[in-house]
Design a protein around this ligand. Structure first.
Ligand code: GRF
Length: 192
């Protein structure tokens, strides 16, 4: 039988690279971390992040989202089995349905590479640069049924330089994301 750690059982959902997953795995290894990552869910069998979970002996659950309601019902079952209390979306490229969000009894967090409510959706850095914004950043927020619109937990502001391109800016924002997500989780869990 597994020893109870008093930590929040967490699942991380990914679709690709998994650099935020990596930062969350490192965070979870800290003795004082409030989370234990018990599951990584992916809709993409080629997601690089899946290698990370294997390396860290975290169970993967791969599921094709072509039939979304079928996929979501399967995911909900696994989450229940694993007693997952927190979902962290980390570059998960599918929009979870209202029904899924309602049925999952824990909290769902997402990280987005902009200063929400500005620049919801995709291609944030390109739009920020085209609009000559002086600042961009990243946001960790709770997930509700509207895209990138749930309650904001934490944000980090990042300066946009005149000669920035998407590559530079996304690199700087990503670095900030890796610090922000663990901090936001700690904040959320210390108040719930
Ligand atoms: C990050 O920029 C995140 O904010 C966005 O998707 C990207 C995922 O990157 N939602 P990674 O897979 O965590 O490296």
């Amino acid at each position: 039988m597994e020893k109870s750690t008093g930590k929040t059982n967490t699942a991380v959902f990914i679709s690709g690279r998994g650099s935020n997953l990596k930062s969350l795995i490192n965070f979870s290894k800290n003795k004082k971390s409030p989370i234990k990552i018990k599951l990584v869910v992916s809709n993409n069998s080629k997601a690089k992040g899946l290698k990370l979970s294997k390396k860290n002996k975290i169970e993967n659950f791969l599921i094709n989202f072509k039939n979304k309601s079928y996929a979501e019902s399967k995911v909900l079952k696994v989450l229940k089995n694993k007693k997952i209390e927190l979902i962290c979306l980390a570059g998960f490229m599918k929009i979870l349905s209202k029904a899924f969000i309602k049925k999952f009894k824990g909290e769902i967090l997402n990280i987005h590479p902009s200063l929400l409510p500005k620049y919801k959706g995709l291609n944030t850095h390109l739009r920020v640069i085209r609009n000559k914004e002086k600042f961009s950043g990243c946001t960790v927020h709770l997930v509700n049924s509207r895209l990138d619109s749930g309650k904001i937990i934490l944000q980090k502001k990042i300066k946009v330089f005149k000669n920035d391109n998407v590559t530079n800016l996304s690199k700087r924002v990503l670095k900030a994301e890796h610090k922000l997500y663990p901090r936001a989780i700690s904040k959320l869990l210390s108040f719930s």
